[in-house]
Design a protein around this ligand. Structure first.
Ligand SMILES: *[C@@H]1O[C@H](CO)[C@@H](O)[C@H](O)[C@H]1NC(C)=O
Ligand SMILES: *[C@@H]1O[C@H](CO)[C@@H](O)[C@H](O)[C@H]1NC(C)=O
Ligand SMILES: *[C@@H]1O[C@H](CO)[C@@H](O)[C@H](O)[C@H]1NC(C)=O
Ligand SMILES: *[C@@H]1O[C@H](CO)[C@@H](O)[C@H](O)[C@H]1NC(C)=O
Ligand SMILES: *[C@@H]1O[C@H](CO)[C@@H](O)[C@H](O)[C@H]1NC(C)=O
Ligand SMILES: *[C@@H]1O[C@H](CO)[C@@H](O)[C@H](O)[C@H]1NC(C)=O
Length: 775
């Protein structure tokens, strides 16, 4: 989906570009000025002149002063103060000079980050530890995505009590969707297409419904992962058979459809956040991302700040741009940023070659099996005249050369399932899709349209050697049933976006990882499991992968914690999820990164893999208030306008106060050490101090406890010390501070070093990752 979006976008740009060259050769500049684009206009509401009795009238008059014809697409009241409109570049510039206008920012396009999970997470064994039946049924999870398929069994509301009184939302009707499609589980559904249509024209109703209905599948998958009901006997073609359930089976779902066939536009996303805050959701789940703008220009970061202030936890996908460094989206410290790991479940399908060798792969194929005899085998690059013939792009295979054969295609550019469709269309009997260096050994299973399996890079290379050396290569594929107990698991998915944080290096991101590979959840009835037009199969559940899938796991778990601890702030909930996350397997080995086959680091997994049962009772939390976040913005040296843009208030940083990101009460440490230059040559030890405050949420009789610190580090040249080394709490909600000193006597061997700081009272372990970078 994400790739298609990108390709379509570049096509549009190309067409516009060509038009200029060919038709408007002389007046290129003049035409460019006439083109209208969507802008998000941030207003300083406190500067409204007294002559206006209503802020919307003031917004309207400001807009009319630069453009008589400009239409108000949205007016925002909660996420920001301001509106969205269509303007030429010239009009946008004039608007910037009007009184009361803070920013006029061009709209940004975002894209989606495309039944075993609960027991892998230990939720099933300890179901009764979560006071689910009552508490979490008052929790509402808002999901900004492609909408919902309300007929999914995961939205069955049997046994659910009345809709929480706090709910102020609505179930909007539209094409193929009425208020009757909502119930006590799916309590709200809205759609936001004004910004999308303003840029791309009317929604094509032959392709998608102009309503909250999900014609894509992604939104049904994410929302049922977060809070779907228990559905017994779920599977995809028999794969992953068992009960399918969301993380918070009793929580309520509110769907906000913001993503359409050609992407998700920030004016629509902001409108959805604006409404969701007003509707009183408790958790927001956004499996989408776009760009890496600074917080004051990023609509999701800005909307999330307002949500945070209202006590709403905002959980976002980290992105699928791994394993490159600095590849994260959604990095604001008031957002919970979720990367992806694997489960202990696999779907093996072996490729057996004519030379007797046998390579393991994965597949979700179901259908007419291959004949029992070996079949002729061909490398796609040898059956195509195209430059990238090995990729099996549409129309590139020569039918005479693949008919009746199994074709080896390579991963990349077009969707894996589409490669299968291309082989099938050319008359191929089956496909093996091999990873290249970009994906290494990471295997993602797909519900291919023909018998097919996916193999890693090493196997792919060995298979190619065989094809190129044997004059008559042959192969067959053996499909096996779902396999459980895969070890090691979890491992960090290669696609999961990685740190460091490109906007604020002093904040470690991602925050944590959760299951995001081969996840089963509800699906739309509108398209088949591959999402391809030629796929006429229909399924109730689908198995897909991405940080889009890991994000709603954390959203649902946050809903469980919110239900159990209604008074906890979003920062306290995130802290509980982070400080109890695990970074080692049961045998003590560090969690692996599938991209390298080696131990993963906090830049890959953040605080570690989520462990919900421990998160329920973390002992201590690192809490944060709105004031702390404002001080963080001061520490970034934000101007008053930038702070207003994020926080909708005129907050003056005190020039006499020393604001420090190092003392921002985050549950993790990203430390920057510098080589000190003395008299032109490097020397002197580099020393940095970070201060943190822990809040006792241990509860229970006495509620006290004595916590002792333990420190580990990978670097012999960086010393970490904590003062004091013991913290004693005597009552609930008591706060105690400590200071960590990081010092380097010499330059470490590596530019990055890692460590861990853990506080334990013998019952709880409160762990924080440390990432040290040397500049
Ligand atoms: C509405 O739903 C019906 C039945 O599912 C389907 O046949 C029809 O194409 C849908 N219409 C639109 C506009 O999506
Ligand atoms: C291929 O190897 C795997 C494990 O090494 C084994 O389980 C499977 O049965 C083998 N398949 C064939 C067809 O030899
Ligand atoms: C098939 O492709 C490989 C790699 O491009 C090449 O080395 C080989 O010569 C080709 N074989 C034939 C028969 O064209
Ligand atoms: C591919 O190239 C070969 C040799 O240049 C040519 O004979 C054949 O017609 C081409 N096939 C297609 C489908 O373009
Ligand atoms: C903010 O400004 C101060 C003083 O100029 C400087 O020391 C500090 O590094 C700046 N912080 C950031 C995040 O740029
Ligand atoms: C904030 O208040 C100060 C002092 O009243 C004023 O000068 C400044 O323009 C205000 N900034 C914004 C963004 O409103």
């Amino acid at each position: 989906m994400a790739k298609i979006t990108l390709l379509r976008l570049s096509l549009i740009v190309l067409v516009i570009g060509l038009t200029f060259v060919a038709v408007c050769h002389v007046s290129v500049v003049a035409s460019a000025v006439q083109i209208k684009k969507t802008y998000i206009v941030h207003m300083v509401k406190s500067q409204m002149p007294a002559s206006f009795d209503d802020h919307t009238r003031w917004y309207d008059s400001s807009l009319k002063s630069v453009s008589e014809s400009a239409e108000m697409l949205y007016t925002y009241n909660n996420a920001i103060h301001g509106f969205a409109t269509r303007l030429t570049a010239q009009e946008a510039n004039s608007l910037r000079n009007q009184p009361g206008i803070l920013y006029v920012l061009p709209e940004v396009k975002y894209e989606l980050h495309t039944t075993r999970t609960p027991s892998f997470l230990g939720l099933e064994q300890s179901a009764n530890m979560f006071p689910e039946s009552d508490a979490s049924s008052d929790v509402i999870v808002g999901v900004l995505d492609t909408g919902v398929w309300p007929e999914s069994k995961s939205f069955d509301d049997t046994g659910m009590g009345p809709i929480p009184a706090s709910w102020k939302g609505a179930c909007e009707s539209g094409t193929n969707f009425t208020s009757k499609n909502c119930n006590r589980k799916l309590i709200g559904a809205r759609y936001f297409a004004v910004g999308y249509e303003a840029t791309l024209g009317p929604i094509d109703e032959s392709k998608e419904s102009k309503s909250p209905r999900d014609d894509d599948g992604h939104g049904t998958h994410t929302s049922t992962t977060a809070a779907g009901a228990v559905v017994a006997g779920a599977s995809l073609f028999g794969y992953a058979a068992g009960s399918a359930r969301g993380m918070a089976t009793r929580a309520r779902v509110a769907a906000y459809k913001v993503c359409w066939v050609d992407g998700c536009f920030s004016s629509d996303i902001l409108a959805a956040l604006d409404k969701a805050i007003e509707d009183n959701v408790n958790v927001l789940s956004l499996s989408l991302g776009g760009g890496m703008s600074d917080y004051y220009r990023d609509s999701v970061a800005i909307g999330a700040f307002s949500a945070m202030e209202k006590g709403i936890l905002v959980s976002c996908s980290a992105g699928n741009a791994g394993p490159s460094s600095y590849s994260l989206n959604n990095m604001a410290p008031w957002i919970t940023t979720v990367g992806a790991g694997t489960l202990d479940r696999d779907f093996p399908a072996f490729a057996s070659l004519g030379n007797g060798k046998n390579f393991s792969g994965v597949s979700l194929f179901k259908g007419e099996p291959l004949p029992s005899k070996m079949l002729p085998f061909v490398y796609a690059g040898n059956a195509s005249n195209a430059t990238n013939g090995n990729l099996c792009m549409t129309g590139t295979l020569i039918p005479e050369m693949v008919k009746g054969k199994i074709v080896l295609c390579e991963r990349g550019i077009n969707p894996r399932v589409q490669k299968g469709a291309v082989v099938k269309a050319a008359g191929g009997a089956g496909m093996i899709v091999a990873n290249t260096a970009a994906n290494g050994e990471e295997l993602v299973a797909d519900a291919h349209l023909l018998p097919a399996t996916a193999v890693g890079q090493k196997s792919g290379d060995a298979i190619k050697d065989y094809i190129f050396s044997d004059p008559n290569p042959t192969v067959t594929i053996h499909f096996e049933a779902t396999k459980l107990g895969i070890e090691p698991s979890p491992v960090v998915a290669a696609f999961s976006s990685r740190g460091p944080n490109s906007i604020t290096t002093e904040i470690l991101k991602p925050d944590l990882i959760a299951p995001g590979v081969n996840i089963i959840a509800g699906w739309t009835g509108r398209v088949g499991p591959t999402g391809l037009a030629e796929d006429d199969r229909r399924v109730d559940f689908n198995i897909i992968s991405g940080t889009s899938m890991s994000c709603p796991h954390v959203s649902g778990l946050a809903a469980l914690l919110k239900g159990a601890h209604p008074d906890w702030s979003p920062a306290a909930i995130r802290s509980a999820l982070m400080t109890t996350a695990y970074t080692v397997y049961k045998n003590g080995q560090k969690l692996q990164d599938i991209a390298t086959g080696k131990a993963s680091t906090p830049y890959d997994h953040g605080a570690g893999h989520v462990d919900p049962v421990s998160a329920l009772n973390p002992g201590l939390v690192y809490d944060l208030t709105t004031e702390d976040y404002l001080n963080f913005l001061c520490a970034l040296n934000y101007t008053s306008s930038q702070i207003y843009s994020v926080a909708r208030r005129n907050y003056s940083c005190d020039p006499s106060k020393k604001y420090s990101i190092n003392d921002f009460n985050y549950p993790s440490f990203a430390v920057t050490l510098e080589t000190q230059v003395i008299g032109g040559s490097s020397g002197g030890p580099s020393l940095v101090k970070h201060t943190r405050t822990l809040t006792n949420v241990g509860g229970g009789p006495g509620a006290g406890g004595t916590y002792k610190v333990s420190i580990s580090t990978t670097s012999p040249s960086v010393k970490i010390s904590v003062e004091p080394e013991t913290l004693t709490f005597t009552e609930a909600n008591e706060k105690k501070s400590y200071t960590v000193t990081f010092s380097a006597s010499s330059m470490p061997a590596n530019t990055n070093e890692f460590g861990r700081i853990e506080w334990s009272d013998g019952k709880h372990v409160v762990g924080s990752p440390v990432a040290i970078s040397w500049i």
